[in-house]
Design a protein around this ligand. Sequence first.
Ligand SMILES: NC(=O)c1ccc[n+]([C@@H]2O[C@H](COP(=O)([O-])OP(=O)(O)OC[C@H]3O[C@@H](n4cnc5c(N)ncnc54)[C@H](O)[C@@H]3O)[C@@H](O)[C@H]2O)c1
Length: 335
Amino acid sequence: MKKNLLKSKLQKIFIKHQLSIKHSGICADYLIKAELMGAQSHGLVRLKMYCDRIKKKLINPKPKIKIKKISSSISYVNADNSIGFVAAEIGINQAIKNAKKTGIGLVAVKKSGHYGLSSFYAELAVKKNFMVFCFTNAPPALAPHGGKKTLFGTNPICFGAPTGKIPFILDTSVSMINRGKIRRAHKLNLKIPFGVALDKFGKITTSAKEALLGSQLPIASFKGSGLAWMVDILSGVLTGSSHGGKVKDPFDDFSGPQNIGHLFITINPKIFIGKNYIREIKKNIKIIKRLPKAKGFSSILYPGERKSKIYKKNLNKDIFIPSKVLKEMDQLDAI
Ligand SMILES: NC(=O)c1ccc[n+]([C@@H]2O[C@H](COP(=O)([O-])OP(=O)(O)OC[C@H]3O[C@@H](n4cnc5c(N)ncnc54)[C@H](O)[C@@H]3O)[C@@H](O)[C@H]2O)c1
């Protein structure tokens, strides 16, 4: 489907679900951006889930979002159960504003929901020449190291830095693959890779259905479990949001709003070394890229490079929508 046609269709669907024109546009843009970045796990397959939660009044379509100033650098956002995209965009923009004044911005967001890819928000900060950390917690998917039951989310860690060219954006879940890939595989009857998830009996599985009933594996064993815990503390405990396994799964827990927390930290990269920053980061990347390559590699990519290339390549192409997802969209449009 052509991008503008898709944007107006999505915007119309969100407006029909009572979101404002502005908020509908923000949501439509982020869903399309996920598709263009090759992250279909966080794109159109999630549209129905967001709409279902709005219909059940678990996402507030008309939130009264409040920003409390704690200091010139620190702000606290109460997102009033808004859709995550809108809450996170407000949060990161406030963190950018704060860092412009003081060199560093720290913004906590509470009462939010699933916000898609962390890199959406990291990019906004990097485009304004700030370094950035974005954290969000997510519903139970991983068992803590030594535990039997899922509790931590796939809790992504995202760090961005301006490079003068394509930004460095490391944006990774702390699980072997993100949960959206498993959800999408389940919806489209696809297998998941070997070695990323266990079934409910603790056996490795390539069935998406069994993996959703079982648990996902963290990256690097207890280290990944530790990182997931860290993100739960930063995004959940520190921000006054749900934590300790209490974030509700947006797809199958309709017992209340998700109450997800996000934490954004923005840093002016010139605070210590002034305008030498760009020279030094370029030097750093050059040194690493010039290293001799391992067998099977023709280049060393930095995080964000590959996704940026995919995005640029897809920008002028039509977006492929699986027939099952297209049908859902038409049904949502018909209400
Ligand atoms: N909102 C949520 O609750 C939630 C939860 C989990 C994940 N997510 C999102 O899902 C997205 C995907 O997560 P993922 O874990 O599947 O990421 P991924 O495995 O696709 O990529 C992880 C990181 O590795 C980098 N990378 C990939 N290939 C590389 C290469 N060849 N060389 C160097 N670097 C490379 C990427 O740029 C990225 O920064 C992220 O954007 C994340 O924010 C969201």
